[in-house]
Design a protein around this ligand. Structure first.
Ligand SMILES: [Mg+2]
Length: 389
């Protein structure tokens, strides 16, 4: 359905509050009311999640552990328990499934829900929002913030406005009234650098962005200028693509020294793509979304993704797509020093029956997988140049 059609969509963005930290505080009462940081506490550790008590010290996720400790020496560091969070995430997504089958997971604790058809069953958008929050709380004891609007863009901005434990519903004239005074940085795709450039042009708010001259927008956004003006008007036609976040496979690695050499980055991608591809095949799956994750030395973290048809399951294609994504990212971030790289896939579905190996190279990869399983990763590395890390 497009924004121009008669029937308005009803899209929710649900985002758990300080998810990992809240799970730890739920499970360990002695942590409640304290500044809790989930993440690595070592020299190169990073905060994965900060409780609201810790945020009062200006601590945010993706901040280096050393910096977090400087800001709050009494903070309690807790080691992440990813498999546990995944379990809780499955409970949360089960609740989402009570409201609609159209659920697009963005991460373990965040999803878009298309509630358009559910409105008839459950009543007004506000009732639905309240009910979703109640059901998540009943099942998990955790707080979710919910934003509801006619599209993903508005819903995502709305869920953040009332956090924590928020509920914000934006339709009709409330959209412009709410979005207009906000900083341009609430719009997806506008990072700190772009926000700074816009600032230099006197474009500070969403309203400024919407009414800026074409020439200015083209200078900053190139061929995406018209799209950005649409976003600033709260228009967004993107559909909900149902897939669950636990149906994703990824591998990432922190370099032992920050890296700026693209050749080293590509070798790391090759390594990661091989690990991801072999896990996809081991589960008999194929993937329709390929992602890379890039963390710079200043801890700014980016992810870039691309939807692909036909779905991929072989290492060579996965690597080619990952390299393409990184190459485009490097154009925007020339000379960037990287701390971490990751490769992931989502949109997983059962692969076509084996035995119908599409080609010789895939047969070979399956054979290599089984050797890896028996003799370990190291056995298979000899053919590829190793980097220092
Ligand atoms: Mg969250």
């Amino acid at each position: 359905m497009t924004a121009g059609s008669d029937q308005q969509r009803c899209i929710a963005h649900v985002d758990m509050d300080a998810f990992y930290a809240s799970v730890e505080q739920r499970d360990r009462p002695e942590l409640r009311g304290l500044p809790v940081l989930v993440g690595g506490s070592g020299n190169r550790g990073v905060v994965a999640a900060a409780s609201y008590e810790a945020r009062q010290f200006g601590i945010r996720s993706a901040m280096p552990a050393t910096e977090a400790r400087r800001r709050c020496p009494d903070a309690m560091f807790v080691k992440p328990r990813m498999s546990h969070y995944k379990k809780v995430s499955r409970e949360i997504f089960r609740v989402f499934g009570e409201f609609t089958p159209e659920v697009e997971g963005l991460s373990l604790d965040e999803a878009f829900l298309d509630l358009t058809a559910s409105l008839k069953l459950f009543g007004a958008a506000t009732d639905l929002g309240i009910r979703i929050k109640e059901r998540v709380k009943e099942e998990t004891g955790l707080n979710a913030s919910v934003g509801i609007g006619p599209n993903k863009l508005v819903a995502k901005i709305a869920s953040d406005l009332d956090k924590p434990d928020g509920l914000c519903i934006l339709f009709g004239s409330k959209i412009a009234a709410t979005l207009d005074p906000l900083s341009v940085s609430v719009i997806g795709g506008i990072g700190p650098k772009t926000a700074q450039r816009l600032d230099g042009l006197g474009i500070l708010t969403v309203s400024d962005l919407r009414s800026a001259p074409d020439k200015q927008l083209e200078r900053v956004f190139g061929r995406y200028a018209a799209r950005m003006r649409q976003k600033a008007s709260g228009v967004d036609d993107r559909p909900i693509c149902s897939h669950r976040p636990d149906q994703s496979i990824s591998a990432e690695e922190t370099f032992s020294h920050d890296q700026s050499d693209p050749a080293v980055m590509r070798r790391k991608l090759a390594d990661l793509a091989q690990r991801v591809a072999s896990r996809i095949r081991a589960k008999g799956l194929q993937a329709s979304v390929v992602t890379i994750k890039v963390r710079k030395s200043d801890f700014q973290t980016y992810s870039r993704q691309r939807r692909v048809t036909p779905a991929v399951r072989d290492e060579a294609t996965l690597l080619r797509l990952a390299v393409d994504l990184l190459t485009v990212w490097l154009v925007d971030n020339p000379g960037a020093r990287l701390r971490l790289l990751g490769v992931g896939v989502a949109g997983l579905s059962d692969a076509a029956q084996l035995g119908l190996f599409s080609d010789r190279s895939e047969r070979l990869e399956c054979a290599l997988d089984s050797i890896r399983d028996r003799f370990g990763e190291a056995a298979m590395r000899s053919g590829r140049p190793r980097e220092q890390d």
